[in-house]
Design a protein around this ligand. Structure first.
Ligand code: ZN
Ligand code: ZN
Length: 244
């Protein structure tokens, strides 16, 4: 892509229309390299802009930046290499108890889009008393020093990380909004979701049908995750069972 085609007024108009961003802010004539990289980022975003969930759309300015997080004592730091697939605000009684609050707020990402960036690793505990109906233990990852919970795997699915939104850095946390409110049949009475519904966020008394709620982009990413899992499984079968 050449810079002259990028600066074509039709492209600029399309970008503005697609992204809703005030892209004139990106036109700094004294810095052509920066202009080019900003516009390329915008083009990538524009490709997906109509396919994003409300919270992904609100992150439009940050799609090119990683999302970082840390525990309360900063012993453990982490980064998300992609925006969340979906962010759940869960009002079930389990999330209320686990969080010690009115609801749980979890951003879901594929395991390969999550990295621990500190040299110290979190402690991962299987909690059998919180096992899913299938009997698979929930895995809860917390800082060994301050015990902040950073993420969890719920039930048998270890390929999706449920990252605790409250543990994101301030800047990253500000960009994340719930995409869906679930299990609102047990919602605390004083939690009013009126403004969330105005924002176009879906509210479900129990769980929800994925195709109705996930953005097209997230559904595509899920397909890639399933393919990756299939490939991984085939690789393990080729090697044969490992001896401990
Ligand atoms: Zn800590
Ligand atoms: Zn819950």
């Amino acid at each position: 892509m050449s810079s002259s085609s990028l600066c074509d007024s039709h492209h600029i108009w399309s970008l503005k229309r697609l992204t809703g961003l005030n892209i004139s802010a990106y036109f700094a004539p004294q810095d052509n390299n920066k202009l080019l990289s900003n516009l390329q980022t915008l083009f990538v975003y524009a490709k997906y802009s109509r396919l994003l969930s409300p919270s992904q759309a609100s992150m439009s300015r940050a799609l090119s930046q990683p999302f970082n997080g840390h525990c309360a004592c900063k012993t453990i730091t982490y980064t998300l290499l992609a925006p969340p697939l979906i962010t759940h605000c869960c009002h079930c009684t389990y999330c209320q108890r686990e969080s010690g609050s009115a609801f749980g707020l979890n951003s879901v990402v594929e395991i390969y889009n999550f990295r621990i960036t500190s040299s110290a690793k979190p402690t991962v505990t299987g909690v059998s008393s919180l096992s899913s109906p299938s009997g698979d233990k929930h895995l809860i990852a917390h800082c060994p020093k301050c015990l902040t919970v950073l993420y969890a795997h719920y039930g048998a699915n270890r390929s999706l990380m449920f990252v605790k939104v409250g543990s994101l850095d301030d800047e990253s946390r500000e960009m994340v909004r719930p995409d869906v409110h679930i299990f609102t049949s047990t919602k605390m009475e004083w939690v009013n979701l009126g403004t969330e519904e105005e924002r176009g966020v879906k509210v479900f008394e129990e769980y929800y049908p994925r195709e109705e709620v996930w953005s097209q982009e997230s559904l595509k990413r899920r397909e890639r995750l399933l393919e990756w899992l299939e490939e991984k499984k085939r690789g393990e079968e080729d090697v044969g069972p490992k001896e401990d």
